[in-house]
Design a protein around this ligand. Structure first.
Ligand code: AVI
Length: 324
């Protein structure tokens, strides 16, 4: 219901999202300015991300889709058809149907913090899979979630495609993997499974192009965060004086997105004054890239034992099946 949607976002009397305001203000006060990547996804940002997934340079979506298309029979053999698929996020219109078609599960349970996305994607899926019980749950899946009682007796398969785990620092990623275990429950012999997409380390030029495309869509996606701050937090950031940067950080094995000041500048956000000198940046996103070893280590640290791994034909992206 609509009231549940409101409950998950805490707004002040002026309708300002309190968590957004405190994250932005705290982040801009740091010596390396940084804003958590989750704030990139307002309506405009979500649409821009959809556009990114179709770009020539942005290979992850196509590579993962290819794996899901090609490996259906293997998923079916290893996972079976008796499980409830619990998707962390409300699902993509392309990837989710590929998995559901392949394994023909007992139920589908999408979890998402945005009730609107959840309702839209659930309705579309029910239409596509008329016999499949769908139980959408509006929840923050970063914490353990109580699943609907109808699916409680079923064995579970968690599904977390897209390499979204890569947008988290290791500590947050481990917390999430542990929360997923708690959400999916299970006992000895009834261990839940997790099917997760993780992007792979590759040539720096390929990675940097994927995050700095020729059409400038990723730049718009990044700059939209500054526009959102101006819109929602009475900001005066001179967006024209910022440029998008995508930089490979080898020590941390990640692509970083930054907004770089092209000149010395000053602005206000919620009546607080900030300055940036030319060349200074606001760090807006991490996208970690994994090796087979580093992905195994992360999963193990989060309480999951890798069982199988698939890559696309160019070895760019991996999908891993793990067991609790
Ligand atoms: C959502 N996430 C997995 C994307 C990524 O590749 O890290 C977000 C993104 N940022 C820039 N381009 C795409």
């Amino acid at each position: 219901t609509a009231s549940q949607g409101i409950a998950l976002v805490d707004r002040d009397d002026d309708g300002v999202d309190k968590a957004f305001r405190s994250d932005v203000l705290a982040g801009l006060r740091q010596s390396q300015k940084a804003i958590p990547a989750r704030w990139l996804y307002d309506d405009a940002g979500s649409q821009l991300f959809e556009d990114i997934t179709t770009l020539e340079e942005y290979y992850p979506t196509r590579a993962e889709t290819q794996i899901l298309e090609a490996r259906g029979p293997e998923f079916r053999d290893m996972i079976g058809s008796d499980r409830a698929v619990v998707e962390f996020g409300s699902g993509s219109s392309v990837k989710t149907p590929l998995l559901l078609k392949a394994i023909d599960p007992a139920a589908y349970v999408p979890l998402d913090i945005s009730g609107d996305f959840l309702r839209q994607s659930s309705a579309a899926l029910s239409e596509k899979f008329p016999g499949l019980p769908v139980y959408p749950v509006e929840a923050d899946f970063m914490k353990p979630v109580t699943l609907p009682e109808e699916v409680e007796p079923m064995r579970k398969l968690g599904f977390f495609p897209g390499s979204t785990i890569g947008n988290m620092v290791a500590r947050t990623a481990v917390d999430l993997l542990r929360s997923m275990r708690a959400t999916l429950g299970g006992t000895e012999g009834e261990r839940p499974l997790l099917l997760i997409g993780m992007d792979l380390v590759k040539e720096t030029a390929v990675l940097e192009a994927a995050y700095d495309d020729a059409k400038g869509v990723t730049a718009e996606f990044n700059l939209n965060l500054a526009r959102r701050i101006n819109r929602e937090l009475e900001g005066t950031i001179p967006v024209d004086a910022l440029v998008h940067r995508a930089i490979w950080n080898d020590a941390y094995s990640r692509i970083e997105m930054h907004l770089e000041a092209t000149r010395d500048l000053e602005f206000e956000v919620c009546d607080e004054h900030f300055v940036m000198t030319a060349g200074e940046t606001i760090h807006t996103e991490n996208s970690h890239k994994f090796s087979p070893r580093s992905s195994n280590l992360l999963l193990l640290a989060g309480g999951w034992t890798p069982m199988a791994r698939w890559t696309d034909d160019q070895g760019r992206f991996s999908v891993i099946l793990a067991e609790a």
